[in-house]
Design a protein around this ligand. Sequence first.
Ligand code: UDX
Length: 442
Amino acid sequence: MSCRIAVFGTGYLGATHAACMAELGHEVLGVDVDEAKLEKLAAGEVPFYEPGLDEVLRRNIDAGRLKFTSSYSEAAEFATVHFIGVGTPQRKGEFAADVSYVDSVIENLAPLLTEPAVIFGKSTVPVGTASRLADRVRELAPAADDIDLAWNPEFLREGFAVQDTLQPDRLVLGVDQVRPGRAVDIAREVYAKLLEDNTPFLVTDLATAELVKISANAFLATKISFINAMAEVCDAAGADVMVLADAIGMDARIGRKFLNAGIGFGGGCLPKDIRAFMARAGEIGADEALTFLREVDSINMRRRTRMVESVRDLLGGSLLGQRVAVLGSAFKPNSDDVRDSPALNIAGQIQLQGASVTVFDPKAMENSRAVFPTLGYAPTIKDACIGADAVLVLTEWEEFRKLAPSDIDSVVRQKNIIDGRNCLSPQQWREKGWTYKAQGRP
Ligand code: UDX
């Protein structure tokens, strides 16, 4: 059965969710306050890089199942199911999350709800937010007794957003234990196709659902910082962190995924989520439980300064007047996102220490330039490497993994390569006379 759905927010999460809900056969309205973004989406253009999303978007616009609007009244009139997919960024100068965009959706939408409806929150929020919003909906909505609010966290990874939405590992739904209402039944209708595919469906209370999301991200961040801490130990002991990761990863209890040592995690989720989690734990009297996340955060931030130091050491102790090529500025491959990108951060630090830095990224050039207009940008790998004293690989795009020494041998000034993502073969570069360096590897 097809549902009429509104999705609030058309960023990475909202735009993907809207397009994928239409792909499941529902009638969907994407809602945002940003008219320019809506215009692009309505024309079938994804305003960011996400493999496969443009086809899903266009197919469903053409089929007439997917439309966009900035009008909340249109959304309230059209839909009986409302998804909240707006951002919850880190507050300026604080660790806590800024939930004002989520609040604003409720403040604007709830007064317009005159018929029965279900609101599903998808944004990552501090625990306790859903129950506060449920109270607020009851105060504001004319049809208050027939409006249910539930929390349905999103686990999508950038670069795999469509796949993660249409073939998720699990669906989690937090419902109000006192007033469960129709949320579970409606979720079963919305996700009927996924449930037919035997996707595990976990129904929880509101707080648990909120915590599932944030604790999953805290665990992933911890796993990455664990292996990066091991890289520091390997550096001190002359051991190889890659071999170590492979070996411990063969223990099924540990697992090899998310054990790639390098310049650490960035992006719009992991860094701000662990900080928001610590801040919220403090507010609810559980701060001691999460003090280890401070360490996870500092191990991660240390990767960036250590990288800058190792480039400086390699270049004889000073970056002044040196030319550095940076391959990769996105926070990870298959994304054009540079939010809290370790790569871009390192490029910036190196330049601030007096080097001339030229960046190439297959997809993130425009976003990088907007954040760091003072860095140099080159249209190809080879152009970025012209005259370079050191080449840094900071995002493991496929085309950098495949790079051969002969591709850039003739243009660099010095044959120095630093692998910030442990994605190259040291042997291949050393055989061709290059100095290869990575962190946590001899
Ligand atoms: C993350 C979660 O994976 C996802 O489930 C959640 O919904 C949103 O946050 P995303 O931010 O898209 O997704 O990126 P992810 O693939 O998790 O990578 C995060 C960062 O960790 C990247 O900077 C990546 O380069 C880094 N990373 C990842 C490592 O440094 N080592 C690894 O082994 C894995």
